[in-house]
Design a protein around this ligand. Structure first.
Ligand SMILES: NC(=O)c1ccc[n+]([C@@H]2O[C@H](COP(=O)([O-])OP(=O)(O)OC[C@H]3O[C@@H](n4cnc5c(N)ncnc54)[C@H](OP(=O)(O)O)[C@@H]3O)[C@@H](O)[C@H]2O)c1
Length: 251
């Protein structure tokens, strides 16, 4: 199968590419570094020529509702329009577990993306995953000032990006189903605890402050909704502590 991976150079994208290649699929990576700007739509039709399935793992890091909605709406519309034009038979979008009642900030963009995909004429599947183990690294790189890292209070159920990558290729191979089972990790954690364990593992001496973010976004992060439902979700294998020392981890 020929699979286009939008965002294939990113944190989870590179694992999606690896999983697809390991299973013998042809892969096309869509990213600005590869000459395709999905936000602008430039070069999309020719990049999708002959493609059977698209996996959308694009991302913009922002807490602004306006920027998130604008990015995920424009990129999703452009992908779906080109996909319909060239006859792509399956569009898979990666979203986030448990965000239904957190329609603000970054998650407003993800919910806007999901609504567009669900209304699309192109056969589609929304696949949700919980926060990546890599999220501890991503957040710490953004919220560290000197010897202190400030972490928003977040109850999560982290999963390795490598497990998400192979799950997404399972979803592609299963064909369009509208909505895949949620993918969550093997254990509950708080984001602050993940950052502390990462620092302990790496020998980094830094204080981690677990601060509840204000407003409905902060309430959503702290509510436990992002952990998903253990009874119905698919549960991935690699734990956070095993991931810390694994070759999957990129620093
Ligand atoms: N992080 C988490 O814990 C988590 C949990 C669940 C779901 N997700 C979802 O996973 C997805 C990917 O997240 P990530 O953390 O892996 O992202 P990331 O590391 O920030 O990577 C983003 C990717 O998008 C590409 N990109 C950005 N703007 C683009 C544009 N205008 N045109 C073409 N490519 C563009 C980037 O490549 P270039 O810079 O080369 O353009 C890069 O490949 C997101 O949809 C996110 O909601 C994340």
């Amino acid at each position: 199968m020929k699979i286009a991976i939008a965002g294939g150079t990113g944190t989870v994208g590179r694992h999606v590419v690896r999983a697809a290649e390991n299973r013998g699929h042809d892969v096309v990576v869509l990213s600005r570094k590869k000459g395709v700007d999905v936000m602008e739509g430039t070069g999309l039709d020719s990049a999708l020529e002959g493609v059977d399935s698209v996996v959308d793992v694009l991302n913009l890091t922002t807490l602004s509702t306006k920027k998130a909605v604008s990015f995920f709406t424009a990129t999703t519309r452009n992908l779906l329009t080109s996909a319909a034009r060239v006859g792509v038979s399956h569009h898979v979008a990666l979203s986030v577990v448990g965000i239904d009642s957190i329609d603000t900030s970054y998650y407003a963009g993800k919910l806007a993306q999901e609504r567009l995909v669900l209304a699309a004429s192109v056969p589609h599947t929304i696949a949700r995953a919980s926060q990546f183990h890599e999220f501890a690294q991503q957040i710490a790189s953004q919220t560290t000032v000197g010897p202190v890292t400030v972490v928003p209070r977040t109850l999560t159920r982290p999963v390795a990006a490598s497990d998400v990558g192979s799950h997404l290729i399972d979803v592609v191979e299963s064909g369009a189903s509208g909505r895949a089972r949620d993918l969550i990790g093997p254990q509950n954690a708080t984001l602050a605890d993940m950052v502390r364990r990462m620092y302990a593992h790496d020998g980094t001496s830094r204080r981690v402050l677990d601060i509840r973010f204000p407003g409905s976004y902060g309430a959503g992060l702290a509510s436990g909704a992002l952990r998903g439902d253990e009874g119905s979700a698919r549960i991935a294998g690699l734990s956070f502590d095993d991931w810390l020392g694994s070759p999957d981890r990129q620093r």
